[in-house]
Design a binder for this molecule. Structure first.
Ligand SMILES: Cc1cc2nc3c(=O)[nH]c(=O)nc-3n(C[C@H](O)[C@H](O)[C@H](O)COP(=O)(O)O)c2cc1C
Length: 203
């Protein structure tokens, strides 16, 4: 069974919803899936200053936190973060910066990697965040899988081949179109990861 880890950070729930849709897409083609948030690192006062952030933090308090073992376990890895000043959130980066040991032993070489994000505006950094997340995959030796334009939903509706994305202007939650792009990305990640895994084992 192909193993897919969806690892993300979300303050107010948009990326969390997208991560779940990616997981559902991977499951739809039979993959074993772990959807994992990374640990929150912001101080309690910062979280409390935004009711949506506090509510999401409280709702997720008992959900599992991503570990290095989740990455080592996976054939395919989807990384997601809200856009923060044009790049990924420090919470995701803090987790990724603990992967030096895995990098050193080549544990993530030939995993398949893909990225997704959300920003407040369409031109507020969706692509720059996706590309910045992808930098980690280059260093790990992963094979980067873009969302691409292979599915008509992406080419005709959502239009971002770098990775699934959503812009949340005025508090909009990821809509059906954005979640469908996530589902497609998760399904594609599982399919491509299964081909790579089969190639590695000579099947
Ligand atoms: C500190 C901070 C920086 C942000 N930077 C950007 C940005 O550069 N561009 C943008 O369009 N939105 C930016 N946003 C908005 C978030 O990316 C957006 O609200 C996102 O949908 C939140 O996702 P989440 O619900 O998963 O936390 C920023 C938000 C915060 C709190």
């Amino acid at each position: 069974m192909t193993k897919i880890a969806v690892v993300y950070y979300s303050s107010t729930g948009n990326i969390a919803a997208m991560a779940n849709a990616i997981g559902e897409g991977a499951q739809s083609v039979g993959a074993e899936v772990r959807v994992r948030q990374v640990a929150e690192t912001a101080p309690a006062e910062a979280i409390a200053s935004n009711q949506k952030w506090q509510d999401h933090f409280d709702a997720m308090r008992n959900e599992p936190i991503a570990t290095l073992e989740d990455l080592e376990w996976a054939d395919g890895i989807a990384l997601g973060s809200p856009t923060r000043f044009g790049g990924p959130a420090s919470q995701l980066k803090a987790f990724l910066d603990t992967t030096g040991g895995l990098w050193f032993k080549g544990a993530l070489v030939n995993t398949v990697g893909t990225a997704f994000t959300t920003a407040s505006t369409a031109h507020g950094g969706l692509e720059s965040t996706t590309l910045a997340i992808n930098n980690h995959f280059y260093h790990w030796g992963s094979l980067i899988m873009p969302l691409g334009y292979g599915d008509a939903h992406v080419s005709k509706v959502t239009g971002n081949p770098y990775g699934a994305s959503h812009f949340s202007r005025k508090g909009a939650r990821p809509d059906e179109d954005a979640l469908k792009a996530c589902f497609i990305q998760g399904r594609q990640l599982a399919q491509v990861s299964s081909w790579v895994a089969a190639g590695k084992s000579g099947n």
